[in-house]
Write a protein of this length. Sequence first.
Length: 89
Amino acid sequence: MNNEVLMKQLVRQMKIMNFWVSLFGSMIVVGMVIAAFLLWQVVSFVNETNKKIDAVRTSTADSLNVTKKACEGTDDFSKWLQKNSGLCS
């Protein structure tokens, strides 16, 4: 009789422990999935931002390159610069 009571208590404790281990294990797995998704979002955002910054840097460098604009122009001043100065070599 004493053995049966002890076995019932152990089975009940194992069920309770199994529930808590399953609950916390599931929470950890869900947390890791959420953390991985957020990390992927951050990496994607940083990559897109880096590409946009490079595009802005390139367009800004091209628009501020006065020598390039002056030498590649088709107006009279650009033609004069191409012929008479060493600026457009």
